[in-house]
Structure formats: structure tokens, C-alpha cells
Write a new protein. Structure first.
Length: 69
């Protein structure tokens, strides 16, 4: 049995629509779609890394206070 949550039908419909939209944006070429998604994912991973560095530096300099409840 998988521990991953199973998406409900409504989420699946939205996901299917997003897949169709991505393929259509690449002219129906599934290889181009996968390539574009990999490039986009790498870009977002880079952005997350940069944001994590910025927040880390700001936190260590006392610009952010931790939540104390």
C-alpha cells in the first residue's frame, strides 16, 4: 500500500487539463513538453535556492524574528 495521498477526481481533472494545456503549448510534441517542464523545474529549483540563501542571511542578521507562539 502506498503512503502517498491519492488525488481526488476533481484534482485529477485539473491535472489532466494542465497536461493537455502544456502539450498544446508545445505544439503537441510530448518530448518538447517534457524538455520545457524540466527547464522550468530547474529554474524554479534555482529560485528556491536563491530565496533560501536570502532568508538565511536575513535571519542570521536579525532581520526576521522566529515565531514564539
Amino acid at each position: 500500500m502506498s503512503s502517498a495521498p491519492q488525488p481526488n477526481a476533481q484534482d485529477g481533472d485539473g491535472l489532466e487539463a494542465a497536461v493537455d494545456q502544456a502539450i498544446a503549448a508545445c505544439g503537441g510534441d510530448t518530448r518538447a513538453t517534457i524538455r520545457a517542464l524540466i527547464v522550468a523545474n530547474e529554474y524554479l529549483e534555482t529560485e528556491v535556492g536563491e530565496l533560501m540563501k536570502a532568508v538565511s542571511h536575513a535571519y542570521t542578521r536579525g532581520r526576521f524574528q522566529s515565531y514564539s507562539g
